[in-house]
Design a protein around this ligand. Structure first.
Ligand code: TXA
Ligand code: MG
Length: 346
């Protein structure tokens, strides 16, 4: 199959592909999605095949209006309604009770469905053109960093899907915030562009799922099936070096010296000071770092980097989202760089 490269001008054609049971990747404000009709179980099955995705990991259903949420979900709680009114359209996904018309192939047999109403114009135009809600995971091969450009999508999906709509670089850069509203008190399952503080302002008793910043125990069953899989990981081995500027830079210099002879890279937050390393700028503000993170991880792989050290410090509302993705990419290999104590004056 040849994958067509489309633009917003071909939105009717892309809608037709989806309506007929095909696969089209499209931009959203978070990352690119790999879309199929949410009412077509066979089309959903094609998504799993194209991504190499485990069949127990459910898909997010994308809608183009608040009214359309009622077509796919029912028994929507008051807290969920508040979150819909406050943050949709936008980078938020809510877990809701599913309606029967959403097939088990989309929800992996769960009685719930993940619903998202994106703010990206192209995404909304596509859902409208398709005339059906669109089931879409991130448009990467399972386990790889999510794609934030059409080029990234083609790198993984060329020949496996019917089309990709090129909408440039995604604004947020990491996947949507996911909140489960089906178990009483809402639970934040995946941090993203709608931050924990923003959510707390609307639903004060929301909790943070403990798996947001730590790995699962070997026999633990997460609420969100996707949490148990390796994620966002490049080929290179990633280590996060966390802390204040001077301490982080000193530690990374030490680590680079220890790894001489290997192709090393540094994901930069503070400004470049390293010799003999591939350097890619993440950005100082955490929101900028979020936008660049997955693209940078992919670029390190293109350059054949074996080891990546990622500078990191929390400094804005996107910190939790970046930390969650970075820790996973690093398989929780995190070094806290401490300031070296000054010698006392004698
Ligand atoms: O920003 C995003 O959310 C992007 C764009 C394309 O919208 N999509 C995305 O989809 O990141 P995906 O499939 O890569 O991640 C969806 C996550 C998975 O971890 C999955 O397990 C979880 O959502 N999920 C889906 N349905 C669920 C459900 N009913 N209950 C709990 N978790 C669910
Ligand atoms: Mg994904």
């Amino acid at each position: 199959m040849e994958t067509k490269l489309l633009t917003i001008d071909n939105i009717a054609e892309a809608g037709e592909i989806i309506r007929r049971g095909g696969l089209a990747a499209f931009p959203t404000e978070t990352v690119y999605g790999l879309g199929a009709s949410a009412y077509d179980a066979d089309a959903a099955a094609k998504i799993y095949a194209a991504k190499g995705r485990p069949s127990d990991n459910p898909l997010i259903v994308h809608v183009c209006s608040k009214e359309q949420i009622n077509d796919v979900a029912e028994d929507i709680s008051d807290d969920a309604r508040r979150l819909i009114d406050a943050f949709m359209p936008g980078p938020l996904t809510l877990i809701l009770r599913k309606r029967d018309r959403i097939s088990d192939g989309v929800t992996a047999g769960l009685p719930t469905v993940a619903v998202r109403y994106p703010s990206h114009e192209t995404a909304r135009a596509l859902i409208k053109a398709a005339g059906v809600p669109i089931a879409a995971p991130s448009a990467n091969i399972s386990g790889k960093p999510s794609p934030t450009t059409a080029r990234d999508v083609l790198e993984d999906m060329n020949g496996r899907i019917d089309a990709v709509i090129d909408g440039g670089q995604c604004e947020v850069g990491v996947e949507s915030t996911i909140v489960d509203t089906t178990r009483g008190t809402p639970v934040l399952l995946r941090p993203g562009g709608v931050t924990y503080d923003m959510l707390k302002a609307v639903v004060p008793d929301i909790r943070l799922d403990k798996n947001v910043l730590s790995s699962l125990a070997p026999d633990e069953k997460p609420i969100s099936p996707g949490m148990k899989y390796k994620h966002y990981a490049p080929e290179a081995q990633v280590t996060v070096v966390e802390g204040e500027k001077d301490a982080v830079q000193a530690k990374i210099k030490e680590l680079l010296a220890e790894n001489k002879g290997k192709k090393c890279g540094v994901l930069i937050m503070y400004g470049a000071v390293y010799d003999d390393a591939v350097m890619i700028n993440g950005g100082y503000e955490n929101s900028e770092y979020a936008r660049n993170l997955f693209a940078a991880l992919r670029e390190f792989d293109r350059l054949g980097t074996e080891i990546v050290f990622a500078e990191f410090r929390e400094n804005d509302g996107c910190a939790l989202a970046v930390k969650n993705r970075l820790y996973k990419a690093a398989a929780y290999r995190v070094i806290k760089a401490e300031k070296t104590a000054k010698r006392p004056c004698i």
